[in-house]
Design a protein around this ligand. Structure first.
Ligand SMILES: Cc1cc2nc3c(=O)[nH]c(=O)nc-3n(C[C@H](O)[C@H](O)[C@H](O)COP(=O)(O)OP(=O)(O)OC[C@H]3O[C@@H](n4cnc5c(N)ncnc54)[C@H](O)[C@@H]3O)c2cc1C
Length: 324
């Protein structure tokens, strides 16, 4: 009868605070584990998010502990780790689960250190088997998957988009969590809006990424045009980030972001193993490359051998016509 504790990550946009999409995914994974252990799914929400209990209850969460004290928003590592460890101390969960986002991976590592618990980061699936949490974890930049049986009361982060959220409605109980934020070691001095309104890569269902095959940063608009037509986020290979064409926040891969959208369109990207490490778990991969031998075609579901400067404008027009 052990509970599962999830950390419900909160974002902020023009409409205020909201629960990130990956929260529904970890709630779904937590529900399957809790069904097997006979326990509850308990969520920690580190802020006052409207209707948090209703939203999380839809995906099988039984109890929501919300923090409304000062010093928790914007995100502070020590404060959020304290809230998670405090709640974990109260309920002794069989598993503490995070989304493997930038925040979730950092927080998971910190919390596992604080709890002295084993950790598996960036897993793509998890289950309760033979009295323990068992996870599947990509290795060698996604070329192999290790099945790992974790020790007692582990901390796990689940890769966003690896699992589809499943509704399992219940009336989640909302309780405030009394916790005092420690003195912040890092203070937010200024917030700068992005130059253009973009969709966060790790949250996106569709991503259009460009690589060195674009040939010239001035030509990047053809990547953005297709992304806008599809309502997609846009990403980049490291080659173009290193060349200063695009910001590092758009880099997909081993040293960039790990994404698992429903559709990933790779334009003029060779498919180096370090790039594949960040996107090979995408559901459908479309590659456009003028070299029929480019390694990206080995992972692509659909491949177009052609020049991006010809193919992308045609795809954009066809997309617009289709969606009109
Ligand atoms: C430790 C380490 C970490 C790394 N981390 C990352 C990472 O996180 N992400 C990442 O992306 N890379 C990473 N790399 C770099 C990686 O090895 C590759 O160098 C990089 O991904 C190549 O980027 P690219 O595919 O855009 O460029 P290229 O390898 O130069 O490929 C360009 C492709 O475009 C095609 N092309 C050219 N012109 C056209 C055209 N007109 N139309 C269509 N196709 C065209 C070419 O056939 C080619 O396949 C890392 C490397 C190391 C060593």
């Amino acid at each position: 009868m052990s509970d599962v504790l999830i950390y419900a990550e909160v974002g902020r946009d023009d409409g205020g605070l909201f629960l990130k999409k990956a929260t529904a995914e970890i709630a779904t994974a937590a529900r399957t584990v809790a069904d097997a252990t006979g326990g509850r799914v308990v969520a920690l929400v580190p802020a006052d998010v409207e209707q948090a209990a209703e939203k999380l209850g839809r995906y099988g969460v039984d109890a929501v502990h919300a923090v409304s004290a000062d010093g928790f928003m914007p995100y502070q590592l020590e404060a959020h780790a304290l809230a998670v460890t405090q709640l974990a101390g109260e309920i002794s969960p069989a598993l503490v689960l995070f989304a493997a986002t930038v925040v979730g991976k950092e927080l998971g590592a910190y919390v596992s250190g604080r709890l002295g618990a084993p950790i598996a980061a960036d897993v793509v699936s998890l289950e309760w088997a033979d009295g323990a949490v068992r996870v599947s974890k990509p290795m060698y930049a996604g070329k192999a998957f290790a099945t790992v049986r974790l020790g007692e009361r582990p901390v796990v982060s689940l890769r966003p988009n690896a699992l589809a959220p499943v509704e399992s409605p219940r009336d989640a109980v909302l309780e405030p969590l009394a916790v005092t934020a420690p003195a912040a070691r890092v203070r937010l001095r200024e917030r700068q809006a992005a130059a253009e309104k973009t969709i966060e890569l790790t949250e996106a269902d569709t991503i259009v990424s460009g690589g060195r095959g674009l040939g010239d940063p001035e030509k990047w608009d053809i990547v953005l045009d297709l992304a806008h037509a599809l309502g997609a986020a846009h990403g980049a290979s490291r080659a173009v980030v290193d060349a200063g064409w695009r910001p590092h926040s758009e880099q997909v891969g081993q040293t960039g972001k790990t994404v698992s959208p429903k559709l990933y369109v790779a334009c003029g990207i060779s498919g180096a193993i370090q790039h594949l490490a960040g996107m090979s778990s995408s559901k459908v991969i479309v590659a456009i490359n003028k070299d029929p031998e480019a390694p990206i075609f080995k992972v692509a579901d659909y491949g177009i051998v052609g020049d991006v400067h010809e193919v992308l404008p045609m795809l954009t027009e066809a997309t617009k016509a289709f969606l009109a």
